[in-house]
Design a protein. Structure first.
Length: 470
């Protein structure tokens, strides 16, 4: 039986003096990490070695070529910044199960004493790499950055936490959910608690329902093996969408201390009613089974819609509707908070349920906040129409989520990272339907998923579909 290596708690200086990226030859690195590192270099927040570790038969020059290709797609504006980034890049090839890989990494790290290890690898390899780092003495005074999903059920989440704590101090473990680093997501928290007019109506007396949609036009795009191990409920709903619910449903924190925010978010998950099979509609787009590494009889969902209840004093009786899927008609993430209709219909046309007042948070691809209201049409008659007032739009030049989160992790700032108590509480909510559920319903690409999902929300006015290109 392998000897467990106990974590050594040490005072960690403010900034990491090296960044190690495991899985640096993968898609995540090319699409998100390299552009984030470039942006950090441009802002002057990255000036330490960046060491990539992977199994691909590459060298440092091939890695730099991949970085150049990635950055050229998005940021062809400053060759000097790119050259500074390339000068920081190094590569270690090796098997994550081989102690020689970690010995080689230790050699390349040289005098670095406070590295940050970023695990951009399949979740099944997290324990292997964490234990390898500990055995090589590379966990002491270091940080570890773990990509979601954090486990695939409650038991595996707890086991991953146990393995991480055996090597790293709790405040040195950073669990990345990139949604938490988005400007629009951060604004949910600010907008709620910086404006006094919300609090009197932000409760079961005035809110009729809340719905959250995360839509993607594309399919799994060659990631069939990963999706077979996850599915939409694990990959998106249990983390991204639950985090949005927590920010909207949490009680006001007593202070700006983010530990208080994390506690209140965990309270929301603890108050969620565990899901039952009839709360869930699962779908699979036609053509998914043609993907590589997907069985011909796969029942993995590429679409998921669910009805959720937060059994707290504030939210008792208010339904929350969540949905996400691939091959839908639009790319976008949106929240619609529907307010209850006026108690008396004075004008005959203002009490229509689907046209009641609402607050709409459009999170991506562009950020905005809008208020839906009824306004009178010109003329003698008291008839109206629905209008929407935009309150906020995205500002150019904002940090991307990965730039913000990597910077924060290297600086030891855990404010925007998921905490273990909330992760376990969220898994407990979905645990009953991870196995016990109805079969996935096939839907055509380019539609809004199985019609059964419309029946789930029919009593509350139906889904609000994000507009294409919004």
């Amino acid at each position: 039986m392998e000897t467990e290596i106990l974590a050594t708690v040490a005072e960690v200086p403010v900034t990491s003096d090296a960044l190690v990226v495991f899985g640096i030859t993968g898609d995540l690195a090319s699409k998100h990490i390299f552009p984030a590192l470039y942006a950090m270099c441009k802002r002057g927040t990255l000036d330490v070695p960046v060491i990539g570790v992977a199994t691909s038969d590459w060298g440092s020059e091939q890695l730099r070529g991949r970085v150049t290709e990635s950055i050229g797609r998005e940021h062809p504006d400053d060759r000097g910044v790119l050259d500074r980034l390339l000068a920081l890049m190094h590569y270690v090839r090796g098997d994550y199960r081989d102690t020689a890989t970690f010995d080689a990494l230790k050699h390349v790290l040289g005098d670095a004493k406070r590295p940050a290890h970023y695990l951009a690898i399949p979740p099944s390899l997290f324990p292997t790499v964490i234990q390898g780092l500990a055995r090589a003495g590379l966990a002491f005074n270091a940080r570890v950055i773990v990509e979601k999903p954090f486990g695939r059920d409650l038991a595996s989440a707890r086991e991953l936490h146990r393995v991480a704590l055996a090597a790293f101090a709790e405040d040195a473990i950073f669990r990345i959910d990139h949604f938490l680093g988005k400007e629009a997501i951060m604004n949910l928290l600010y907008f709620r608690f910086a404006n006094s007019f919300f609090e009197p109506i932000w409760n079961r007396d005035h809110v009729a329902s809340v719905q959250v949609t995360l839509a993607e036009e594309f399919g799994v795009e060659g990631r069939g093996a990963f999706y077979e191990s996850a599915g939409c409920l694990r990959d998106v709903v249990q983390n991204h969408l639950f985090q949005i619910v927590a920010l909207l449903a949490m009680e006001p924190p007593a202070t700006r201390d983010f530990e208080s925010v994390h506690r209140h978010k965990a309270d929301v998950f603890a108050a969620m009613r565990t899901l039952r099979p009839d709360d869930l509609v699962r779908g699979q787009y036609l053509g998914y089974r043609d993907e590589a590494h997907v069985p011909i009889d796969s029942d993995v969902e590429t679409y998921c819609a669910l009805r959720l209840h937060v059994d707290s004093w504030r939210w008792g009786g208010v339904p929350w509707y969540l949905r996400s899927g691939k091959c839908l008609p639009a790319n976008g993430c949106e929240v619609v908070v529907r307010l209850k209709a006026p108690p008396q219909n004075l004008f005959g046309d203002a009490g229509i349920r689907e046209e009641a007042n609402y607050l709409r948070f459009h999170i991506s691809p562009r950020s905005s906040i809008a208020l839906g209201v009824r306004v009178k049409r010109a003329g003698k008659e008291f008839s109206g129409e629905q209008r929407e007032f935009s309150l906020l739009e995205e500002v150019a030049g904002e940090q991307t989520a990965y730039e913000r989160l990597l910077t924060d992790a290297m600086n030891g700032d855990g404010a925007l990272f998921a905490h273990e108590a909330a992760i376990e509480a969220a898994w407990a909510v979905v645990e009953p339907v991870l196995v016990e559920h109805a079969p996935a319903i096939v839907y055509d690409p380019g539609t809004w998923g199985p019609p059964a999902a419309n029946h789930l929300i029919a009593a509350d006015g139906g889904w609000h579909n994000p507009a294409p290109g919004a």
